[in-house]
Design a protein around this ligand. Structure first.
Ligand code: GLN
Length: 318
């Protein structure tokens, strides 16, 4: 990244940071010391160079952003076929916490709660402690530093878990959950409560942008085929019932969380991460969406705004 990129990140955050529209997620009201008007923006190149602005070292819970990474871990451990047998790849067009399954009884995709709760259960382990250990290790490897679960966030999540328990019971009634609904929801809530900074999130995204290899530690955290599958569902389903609008406008695989975190990946190039707790009606960070939209436009990042790759570099003749 260069000085111009650093200025752009600062300018874009400054342009959106005054927006006080939207409401923070209900669980944040149960926590102390969260400034719902704080915001941060970071861009990290596939080579691991970061430019950041705002409160980019403030920690927040990954929440639903964890769903994309845990899907990748399930693919890495079990392979595509075994995962596809349990969860589809179709956008649902519904809110993230809708109680819905496809006709065959699978959740539509791994990024809505039904799919994510299912995917959590696919992670190998005897119980939620085993599964969260595998997940936390994987998330830490993506970030390049040891991450931990924010227990007050977890406790707030559990107090508000009726909806997720209902979804888990729906999955259990279709006989596709490998553990009890209560254990799976506890594990899933722990996964959602892993804390990161905006700079961590940009680095985790840069690992995806770099084909699964951490740009600085050099560790191959995910296989290339796993990254491709993960980015594909992020592209089509990552922004829930606003995915179409997001792809048309921003044109990048992405994932949001109700904490106010937002990640967008430019394969082979960089990742953008934003944080700001006020959410729009879909549960996406208002300022985060605005900031990523501006950066995508300013840096010409829309993946469909460029000529498609030509086989063997040849022009197609008519
Ligand atoms: N833990 C939250 C839930 O499952 C995550 C939702 C989200 O970030 N959209 O309800």
């Amino acid at each position: 990244m260069n000085a111009e990129a650093a200025d752009d990140v600062q300018e874009v955050l400054a342009a959106v940071a005054g927006d006080r529209s939207g409401e923070p997620s209900a669980y944040l009201a149960r926590l102390e010391g969260v400034d719902v008007d704080s915001s941060a923006l970071a861009a990290c190149s596939a080579a691991g160079e970061t430019e950041a602005a705002g409160e980019s070292t403030t920690e927040f819970a990954l929440q639903s952003i964890s769903k994309a990474f845990v899907y990748a871990f399930a693919l890495q451990e079990l392979g595509l076929e075994a995962v596809l047998a349990r969860v589809g790849v179709e956008p649902s067009g519904e809110a993230f916490n809708e109680m819905s399954l496809q006709a065959g009884g699978r959740p539509f995709n791994p990024l809505i709660n039904a799919g994510a709760i299912m995917v959590h259960g696919l992670i190998p382990g005897e119980d939620e402690d085993d599964r969260i250990t595998v997940i936390r290790d994987g998330l830490s490897a993506l970030a390049g530093r040891e991450l931990s679960v924010d227990m007050p966030v977890y406790e707030a999540e559990m107090e508000l878990s009726d909806r997720n328990l209902s979804i888990a019971h729906l999955l259990a009634s279709n006989d596709i959950l490998p553990d009890t609904p209560h254990e799976i929801v506890r594990g899933y809530s722990l996964q959602c409560s892993v804390a990161v900074t905006t700079e961590d999130l940009a680095m985790m995204g840069a690992t995806l942008a770099n084909g699964g290899v951490h740009p600085l530690t050099g560790q191959e955290v995910l296989r290339k085929d796993v990254v491709r599958q993960t980015l594909s569902v992020m592209f089509t389903c990552g922004m829930y019932d606003a995915s179409g609008e997001w792809v048309a406008e921003v044109g990048l695989p992405a994932k949001s969380g109700v904490s106010g975190g937002l990640l967008a990946v430019v394969p082979g190039v960089m990742a953008l991460a934003a944080y700001s707790p006020r959410l729009d009606e879909h549960g996406h960070s208002v300022r985060g969406v605005k900031a990523c939209t501006r950066l995508s436009q300013g840096w010409d990042l829309h993946l469909l705004g460029h000529a498609a790759p030509r086989p063997h570099g040849r022009r197609v003749r008519r």
